[in-house]
Design a protein around this ligand. Sequence first.
Ligand code: GAL
Length: 673
Amino acid sequence: MPELKLPFIGHGGDYNPDQWLDRPDILEEDIRLMKLAGCNLMSVGIFAWSALEPEEGHFTFDWLADTLDRLHGAGISVFLATPSGARPAWMSRRYPEVLRVREDGGRNLHGGRHNHCFTSPAYRAFVGRINRALAERFGRHPAVVGWHISNEYSGECHCELCQQAFRRFLKARYGTLDALNHAWWTGFWSKRYTDWDQLHSPSAIGETSIHGLNLAWKRFVTHQTVDFIRAEIAPLRELTPDLPVTTNLMEMFGGLDYRAVADALDFASFDSYPKWGHGDGEQTALGAAFNYDWMRALKQRPFALMESTPSQVNWHDVCKLKKPGMHMLSSLQAVAHGADTVQYFQWRKSRGAAEKFHGAVVDHAGHEHTRTFRDVQAVGALLPKLKDVLGAMPDSKAAILFDAENRWALADCQGPRRDMRHDGTVLAHYRALKRRGIDLDIIDQTRDLDRYRLVAAPMLYLLRPGVAERLSAFVAGGGTLVCTCPTGRVDADDLCFLGGFPGPLRQLLGIWIEETDALWDDERNGLRTRDGKTYACDALCDLIHTEGAQTLATYTDDFYAGRACVTVNRFGKGRAYYIATCPDADYLDDFYRMLVSELCITPVVSNLPTGVQATRRGDIAFVMNFAGAPVEVALPEGTDLLNGEKTGGPATLPVNGFRIIRIRTKREDKQYA
Ligand code: GAL
C-alpha cells in the first residue's frame, strides 16, 4: 500500500475553483494568496461532478487541468478528489435508482449531497467511469500527491437493490435460516423467518425489535459502503498504484465501522470541528484529542487533518469565532497528535448556497487583510519548523477500546437505562488517562494489544469472537486491563451470554455480576476505597460477587452498601480491574494516577495542570494550554524547537499558549515488574 509521504507538513484546504470559473481574476488571486498564507497542499475537485461531467458522458476537465498546472507552477501540491459525494441532476433524473430510499420505503428526490445508493450498479458505473477518466488524465500530474475519494461517506439506503444485497450478506454470514433464526432469537414475538425474501432492513414502520437484525444491518451498511469504496478506488489503484488514497472521516462518527473503512484506505483523514470557545475548554480539547488519537491509531500511522475551520463553522447552534491564539493552538493540537497536514474547509468562501457563511481562509472581502488570514499565515509560517515530526508516531503504552459494534449494540440495548452513557464513559476514562500526560491510542476490539501495558475497555458490553481469549492472553502475559459496567453481556449477534455475566470474561475478571441497578440522572451512590476515601458514582451499579478478585472499593449506599464495587483480579502475570459503576472524575483521576505510576508509563509531562495537554511524536514533545487561563507547567528537558532555549524547569504558558520541545533523552520507559 502506498503511504502518504509528504516532504513538508501539508497546509491548505478544500479548493473549489469550479465555483469561480467565470472569474479568472479570482483564480489568479487565489494563487497569490495561497503563497502568502504559506499553503502547499490543496484538495481539489470535491463535489465538482457537475463541472466535470455537465452532461452524461461529456467530460469537461480543462478547468481542472488549468487548476492543477497553476497550483503546480506555484509549488502547491494537490489531493485530487473524486466527485462522488454529490451527483449532477441529470443523473438522478435519468437513473432514479441512484437516489436513496428511506427506511419508510420512499425514494428521495434529487438534492443535498451524500445521497446516493451504494449498491446501485448505475451509480457505481458512473463513479467508476469518471474516476478512471480522472486517473487517466491527471494520475501522473506532478501536482497530485494523493487521492481524496468522495467526502465523508455516510448514510444508508433501503431500496430493493440494497435489500437483495443485504440478504446475500446475511446468507454469507449465517449460511442457513436456522442459524440466522437462532442467532437473532426469532422465537421471540413470532419473528421466525422461513424464507430469505422475508428479510428486510430495520425500519421505524417495520421491524426494530430484533437486535440481531439491527446489528446485522449496521454491519451491512459498513460492508456495502466499504464495498463501494473499494469499487471507487479500483480504477485509481489500477492506473495510479503509487498514489495513496484517503477519505475524510468524522468526529466520533458511529454510522460506519471506521476500522473497516480504514482498511480500504492508505491513510486516514479527519474533519475536525470542535466547539472552541464554548463551555469547558479542557473538555473541548479532550474531545478533539480523542478523535485524533483514534484517527492515528486506525492505521497506526500519521493522518491528515483534512478539514478544520480557520474561523467559525456555520452549522453549530451558535457559531463562535476562534479567539486570538486558538487557531494556532488547535492546528498544532492536531499535529501534536499525529496529523501530518493542517487543512481547512475551505480556502475561499463560496458566494451563495448553504455554506456561504462558513469560515474560510479567504473571506468575501477577498483580500488578505483579515484576522483569519493572518492566523492562517501564522500557522503557515510555523509548520515548516516542525518538519521533523513528519511520519513520527508516539510510543503509546496505553489504549482505550472504542468499538463500533459494541457502541451500536449498547445504543440499541433496552434497559436498564435508556441512555447507557457509552460515549461519555469512554471520554471520562480518556480524560483521566490524558490528564496523566501520557500518549494513548484509541483502538477497537480487533486490534493487537501486545504493544500496550494498559488497556481500558469501558463498557465492553458486546464481545466479538475471540476477544475474550485475546484479552485473557494480554493479561496473562503481564498486561493490565480495566473493564467497567456493563461488561460481557452479549455476543457478536447480541445474544446474552448464558451462565453468568461477564460471560467469557468471568474468569479473567474473577467476578460474577448477578444484577445491575440503574440510577436516575439526579441519583447518586458512592464508592468507598479501602483507605476510607469516598467518591460519588451514578448511572449504573452492578451487584457483583467476587470469585477470586480482591475488593478495592465498596458501595456506600442503598441495599447493596458494602458490596464490592471496584475489584482487581490477578491473572497470570497481569491484573484485570472491574469498576462496577460510573464513578466521578475524581475517582477516575486517582485510579489512573495509581495505575500509570504502578505500570511505570512515562508521562510526556508529569503533574500536568488541568487543561494542559502533552503529547510526543518521536523526540518532539508538544505542551498545549487549553485551560483558558495562564498556567505554570514543568516542561520536559530539552530545547525549545522555536526559540532554541533550553527547557526543563517550570514555565508559564499563556492563554492558548504552547511549547514545542525537542526532548534531550530518548524515551525509555522504566521497566516494571
Ligand atoms: C464537512 C464537509 C465539508 C463542509 C464542512 C463544513 O463535514 O466535509 O464539505 O460541509 O463540513 O464544516
